[in-house]
Design a protein around this ligand. Structure first.
Ligand SMILES: C[S@@+](CC[C@H](N)C(=O)[O-])C[C@H]1O[C@@H](n2cnc3c(N)ncnc32)[C@H](O)[C@@H]1O
Ligand code: SF4
Length: 379
């Protein structure tokens, strides 16, 4: 029997500059080369510790995320990738994704990352408009973004582009031309994210002071509809709420691991994981601070935070993750929530059952949070 599938998430927390909208676990990269070397060693040790826990598994994906893992030394990326490949059994077409920022310095290292084993680049363009990039506090302009996308498309077999929309003052016409240009840059996958004002960020404080005004709800809804129709017309299927792929082979296999409720090992500061061990499902989480993470791994503890999920928590997670996708979630996986026909009928066409799976319709997608709340609370 083939061992159960497994994804590996590696968190590299350093960034050249902290963007004012970002609430990920990040720190400014001030060259700390000793700490960075220590972090690479801790990540490698953590992989070994967690492999001893999981036992043999079929490795389907490695995702180097952040932060800005394109700042990582490519030889360190190669060591991490090789170590994961050696610890588990990789599938022939193992997906190895690297998140990258489109500065010229990082673009010049793309070939080295491809040699290191990266075969899919997730490029954080965010915008192709210089004013918008300035507003977002990015350290690249639109010309550098274009150069990065063109080079990435010529080097990596698979290219995904991240964009942020619903910026203050953005019109449907602005966004239409940016998105059309982005999909002409040779990508097979696009993740357009609506700008979220996260508590604790500089943008949150600016909104509080009244110096930053996100677009009103009706404009944001128009921008969402525009996104869906442009991408659909260009052959990008919305296989998940914020992810569009040119056909099933272009889907992010790594994200499918999350959305299908499969197992993944999370290594690096603040990384989360989900492991099924002896019939139980565990949520793992590493310390967020870099030095705490390194010290925890050095004590041989591996994922220091480990919680066994109850059957209800497991089903809630399946609801939350599965409903994000076009394939939905098997009703049998939701049994502990006791969702009945009446609860689904009350959603008035926002979700329905097909072939034993609960699936959110296109009209339900913009109100996904509400659907999940109603199904989870009604249960
Ligand atoms: C963890 S970030 C890392 C990517 C890379 N460091 C970069 O900035 O391009 C992943 C993606 O999340 C999105 N993102 C981060 N914060 C966001 C926010 N507040 N609202 C919408 N999207 C956000 C961006 O599109 C970004 O590319
Ligand atoms: S958006 Fe990317 S580059 Fe900016 S702070 Fe967040 S992770 Fe770092």
């Amino acid at each position: 029997m083939t061992p159960a599938p497994l994804g590996v998430y590696v968190h590299w927390p350093y960034c050249s500059r902290i963007c004012p909208y970002c609430d990920f676990n990040v720190v400014r990269d001030r060259g700390r080369s000793r700490q960075q070397a220590g972090l690479v060693r801790a990540i490698l040790d953590d992989l070994r510790i967690q492999a001893a826990l999981t036992g043999p598994r079929t490795l389907v994906s490695i995702f180097l995320g952040g932060g800005t893992p394109s700042l990582l030394d490519p030889s360190a990326a190669a060591e991490i990738i090789e170590t994961a490949r050696a610890l588990w059994s990789p599938v022939d077409d193992l997906e190895v994704t690297l998140e990258a920022n489109p500065t010229d310095a990082e673009t010049s290292r793309f070939a080295a990352f491809a040699d290191a084993g990266v075969n899919r680049l997730s490029l954080g363009l965010q915008s192709l408009d210089d004013d918008a990039l300035r507003l977002l506090g990015r350290n690249h302009d639109a010309a550098a973004s274009r150069r990065a996308a063109e080079r990435a498309a010529s080097i990596f077999p698979r290219l995904s582009i991240d964009m942020i929309y619903a910026l203050p003052g953005q019109t449907v016409a602005d966004w239409t031309s940016e998105l059309r240009e982005a999909i002409s840059l040779g990508c097979e996958h696009v993740s357009p994210y609506q700008l979220t004002i996260e508590p604790g960020t500089a943008f949150h404080r600016a909104v509080g002071r009244g110096t930053l005004r996100p677009p009103p709800e009706d404009i944001a809804a128009d921008l969402y509809e525009t996104t869906q129709s442009i991408l659909e017309a260009a052959g990008f299927e919305a296989y998940e709420v914020s992810n569009h792929a040119r056909g099933p082979t272009a889907r992010s296999r790594h994200n499918m691991v999350y959305w299908r409720g499969q197992d993944y090992v999370g290594v690096g500061p603040g990384a989360h994981g989900r492991l099924s061990l002896n019939g139980d499902r565990w949520a793992t989480h590493a310390p967020a601070a870099i030095d705490d993470y390194i010290a925890t791994v050095a004590r041989g503890e591996g994922p220091s935070g480990r919680e066994r999920l109850s059957l209800r928590e497991r089903a809630l997670e399946r609801l939350l993750m599965g409903l994000r996708t076009l394939e939905g979630v098997r009703m049998s996986e939701l049994a502990p929530l006791g969702i009945d026909d009446a609860a689904i009928a009350a959603l008035d066409g926002l979700a329905g059952i097909a072939n034993g799976r609960l699936i959110v319709t296109s009209s339900g997608r913009p109100v996904l949070d509400r659907i999940v709340r109603e199904l989870a609370h009604g249960a």
